[in-house]
Design a protein around this ligand. Structure first.
Ligand SMILES: Cc1ncc(COP(=O)(O)O)c(C=O)c1O
Length: 416
């Protein structure tokens, strides 16, 4: 397998905790990255340090000034990572909560009437927020249908529903179930052409660890990231809002800044751990391609990550050395097929073994995957396919060809 990251794999893996062994279970291959990526060791150290600081922000002492500097640095680093020079970066309770906050603010601030547009590919976080605030504001919530065969939603499918009266649109950048990416830039451009005042909110939560984020290039109004899916930790979500969305009325403490998206005392440690994430991308870009600025190095890292993950996913789907891949295994059905646009995730069924048993079989062989059920999280994808469940294997750039080989061997055993 060819990948620009292979020569650096030891150095990359050394930066993450619990890379090849679970603290509860022992040695394992971690193919559950879509549920939450491995944590950077720097994030763990930073979290512990900040948890210990008793001081609050806004005081005249060195500790308080250091906490406020960490918040300012976290926001500035996030801007570079997201390529978002304007608007506001903020931290919320989770990715879901950030999406609700963006959608709520946009739905209440947009001109009355009109339509709210999303798609059936979306995670329930954005779909539920849109459904609720469409109902509250008396607007129809129109859903563009995704394509079962390709596992994505196309710009052409969106085009049929794009009308000048759109007030708010949501787009998921990568499906957490099919693993397929969406052409956000084209869909956003089509929406802006037809309805320039339509607010566009993007769920980048599943995309963030796999590739480049370029908010300035997308022409959107809101973006959500879940830091625990991009090498940080649980406990916060990261949001970005455009200038025009930031100008809308929001929940605010009386007398506070009208630009503020955040309520109450900040967790400076959350921002400091996001700085750790950005520093990691910067380091990775430096060793893989370089670049004169942090943004250039982040883009170099994203390109190398993309190349590594494409090669690793190619091996999982189409074979590695003399091992065959999932696509060639009799009885295996891949959700979304083998077309372009897969970002680190493959969900599949095996005709001869229920998904729960296959997850247990893989677990017993030290391969951590996850079952996805036809429930309120994944029913939008599995229901139309007539499936009760599937297995999701999800990789990241720190996973190795050797780990992919172990996964394929365990799958062969399941077939046998
Ligand atoms: C695409 C997508 N959106 C939203 C979420 C929800 O994120 P959080 O767990 O941070 O609320 C997830 C979580 O899996 C996701 O994959």
């Amino acid at each position: 397998m060819q990948s620009p990251l292979l020569p650096h794999m030891d150095a990359i893996r050394a930066r993450f905790a619990h890379v090849d062994s679970c603290p509860f279970e022992g040695p394992r291959v971690f193919f559950e990255n879509a549920g939450g990526a491995l944590r950077l060791k720097s994030v763990i150290e930073t979290s512990a340090a900040y948890a210990g600081y008793p001081d609050n922000q806004g005081r005249d002492n060195p500790a308080s000034r250091a906490l406020m500097a960490a918040i300012a640095k976290g926001k500035a680093d996030a801007r570079v990572f997201l390529n978002a020079p304007d608007g506001e970066v903020f931290v919320g309770e989770s990715g879901t909560e950030v999406l609700f906050r963006l959608v709520r603010t946009a739905a209440l601030g947009a001109a009355p009437g009109g339509v709210m547009l999303g798609s059936t590919l979306e995670h329930p976080a954005s779909r539920s927020a849109m459904a609720r605030w469409a109902a509250v504001t008396g607007r129809p919530h129109v859903l563009v249908a995704h394509d079962d065969a390709t596992g994505t939603v196309s710009p052409e499918a969106y085009a049929e529903q794009i009308t000048p009266d759109l007030r708010l649109a949501t787009i998921v950048q990568t499906s957490p179930v099919t693993g397929m990416a969406v052409d956000v830039a084209r869909i956003a451009a089509m929406i802006r052409d037809a309805a320039p005042s339509c607010l566009i909110v993007v769920d980048g939560i599943q995309h963030a660890s796999h590739g480049q984020i370029d908010i300035a290039g997308l022409g959107i109004d809101g973006y959500a990231v879940s830091p625990y899916k991009v090498f940080s930790r649980h406990g916060y979500g990261l949001g970005w809002a455009s200038e025009r969305l930031t100008a809308f009325a929001k929940e605010a403490v009386i007398g506070g800044s009208p630009r503020a998206w955040e309520l109450g005392t900040r967790d400076a440690g959350a921002y400091a751990t996001f700085s750790d994430v950005v520093a990691y991308f910067d380091w990775l870009g430096g060793v893989t391609g370089g670049g004169a600025s942090p943004r250039a190095r982040i883009e170099a890292a994203a390109a190398a990550i993309h190349a590594h993950e494409a090669a690793l996913m190619g091996a999982i789907l189409h074979g590695l050395g003399n091992r065959r891949g999932l696509a060639d295994m009799p009885g295996v059905t891949l959700i979304g097929g083998t077309g372009a646009g897969r970002e680190g995730v493959v969900s599949f069924t095996l005709a001869t073994m229920p998904a729960a048993d296959l997850v247990a079989h893989l677990n017993a062989r030290g391969i951590r995957t996850h079952i996805r059920l036809n429930d309120h999280y994944c029913g939008n994808i599995l229901g139309p396919l007539g499936l009760d469940a599937c297995v999701r294997a999800s990789i990241c750039h720190y996973n190795t060809p050797e780990e992919a080989g172990r996964f394929l061997d365990a799958m062969e055993e399941a077939l046998a």
